[in-house]
Design a protein around this ligand. Structure first.
Ligand code: G6P
Length: 491
């Protein structure tokens, strides 16, 4: 941050995302509680904004504030140690249905993730998506104090926002980061609004993805669907009068993570978790922790446990999968169907292999705060991340960060961006049930020395390529651009 302060003297930073970093909810008894959402985006960006200060513009989603607020709601956060401003944008149910549930989560989400869920594009959702992008453009323009802020736009909820902001603030430095995969041009081409989405994104000074592969896919889509000039060597697109750079910035987590500071030693975590879940003190456990989302491969993971216990019955009674799945987007039929299917499958597997108080699958469908998540990571023998497709996946990096005892095995899907960086994990294909079952056995049998060697390498990777580097690299690129533009204006 010090170096950045020198590079970006007095620059104004504005972040835009759909999900807000702090949700205030009011319970029936009137008590207000604070929730940190289960969002990779929020968990990565929050420490950065805390360090840099500025303004974060997001959709106000809690139940506590809405009643008390006008449309210009600003709060200082974090609540216990304010360091930046949260500007909440309130959306009607109709806006929320069309923009968030509809176009973003039934259209773009399945379009960009290969999970074989068919994307749905409704004209009414698209209209709402456009309207909400306009609404956020107005809110950002209102928050901007100067005419050249640095605006960090987050994710697939805001594909049109960069261009709308370019019109309102021509001199802004706009960096848009797409947190999910970008599919190949053929797949992307099924989107009825592909041209508008690409043109919207090309309002950015920089468009970022997690991997070079997604950058290339994006350039291919630009090439195929809009009239532009692309210089592949420098990964730059010239469109209309605009120039957009397309760059990979692999996202990560804060190091050391804040939640680790409050953790007890590993043996105590192991004992506490087993006791709380009613598991025998010597049972070996795998954990899976994520939002209850069909891209995460939760069903596939449970099937792998089934296969593992069938093939290796000597582990019956000695191993359990603790699966935490935070309900998410439950208004959508595809998400409800997954929840039902997962609950039924857990029951089926438990009745097949369980008995006398033993359940091989402990499914907890509840949101967990970071402290509880870290305790689970520390209590586990292995962590299974079996995403069918994932931009990066920060659960994998958090598991590694949680294990300062240098023990524990990460079983990681080859289809998560994280597998590019964490090659010392046991890499699996989540569609290959039998192989994933064998990977569980391999992880359980892995000698402590080998676990340590692998864990040390992975921890070194996450430490060095932490989230400050992710944001720092983007902001340094922004600083370079601004210098160039200043020089160009002098001539
Ligand atoms: C992914 C997306 C984020 C989103 C998060 C949680 O990580 O990339 O943009 O915030 O999921 O999903 P939700 O719909 O609850 O915000």
């Amino acid at each position: 941050t010090l170096a950045l302060a020198n590079e970006l003297p007095g620059a104004e930073i504005i972040v835009v995302s759909n999900r807000e970093p702090y949700i205030h909810n009011r319970a029936r008894d009137g008590e207000v509680s604070l929730q940190i959402p289960a969002s990779g985006l929020v968990s990565a960006l929050e420490p950065v904004v805390r360090a840099c200060g500025g303004t974060w513009v997001a959709h106000g989603s809690g139940t506590a504030d809405r009643e008390a607020v006008d449309s210009h709601d600003r709060v200082a956060v974090p609540p216990d140690d304010p360091s930046y401003t949260l500007r909440r944008v309130w959306l009607s149910d109709e806006e929320q249905d069309g923009y968030y549930y509809g176009f973003a989560n039934e259209g773009l989400w399945p379009l960009c993730h290969i999970a074989f869920v068919r994307p749905v594009f409704r004209e009414s959702d698209w209209a709402m998506y456009r309207a909400v992008n306009e609404k956020f453009a107005d809110a950002v323009a209102e928050e901007a104090r100067g005419e050249d802020p640095i605006i960090l736009i987050q994710d697939y909820h805001f594909a049109l926002l960069p261009r709308l902001l370019r019109q309102r603030l021509p001199r802004a430095t706009i960096i848009t980061f797409w947190h999910i995969p970008w599919p190949n041009a053929e797949t992307f081409g099924i989107c009825p609004h592909r041209e508008e989405i690409i043109e919207g994104l090309l309002g950015s000074s920089i468009v970022g993805f997690h991997t070079q592969f997604h950058c290339s896919n994006f350039l291919d889509a630009v090439d195929r669907f809009v009239e532009s000039r692309i210089v592949r060597e420098t990964s730059t697109v010239y469109y209309g009068g605009d120039m957009t750079r397309v760059r990979p910035y692999p996202i990560s987590i804060a190091w050391p993570p804040a939640a680790l500071r409050r953790q007890k030693p590993v043996p105590e975590c192991r004992a506490a978790v087993r006791e709380r879940l009613g598991l025998p003190s010597d049972i070996r456990i795998a954990v899976g922790i994520e939002r209850f989302d069909y891209t995460k491969g939760i069903i596939d993971r449970m099937q792998a446990v089934d296969s593992f216990l069938t093939e290796h019955p000597e582990w019956v009674g000695r191993f359990a999968l603790v699966q935490v799945a935070a309900p998410t987007r439950s208004k959508l039929a595809s998400y409800r169907a997954l929840q039902d299917e997962a609950l039924a499958l857990a029951e089926e597997i438990n009745s097949r292999h369980g008995g006398e108080g033993y359940r091989p699958i402990v499914l907890v469908a509840e949101h967990h705060e970071p402290n509880e998540v870290y305790e689970l990571f520390r209590a586990a023998d292995l962590c299974i991340v079996s995403s069918l497709h994932d931009g990066m996946n920060l659960v994998a990096k958090e598991f590694v960060a949680a294990r300062d005892d240098e023990q524990g095995v990460l079983v990681l899907s080859a289809f998560a961006g994280a597998s590019r960086e964490l090659g010392e994990a046991v890499i699996v294909n989540p569609y290959h049930t039998h192989a994933m079952g064998e990977a569980i056995l391999r992880a359980l049998d892995m000698p402590a020395d080998e676990q340590r060697e692998r864990m040390i390498l992975m921890r070194e990777q996450v430490r060095a390529r932490n989230v400050y580097r992710w944001a720092g690299q983007m902001l340094l690129d922004a600083a370079r651009l601004r210098k160039r533009e200043r020089i160009a204006r002098l001539n």
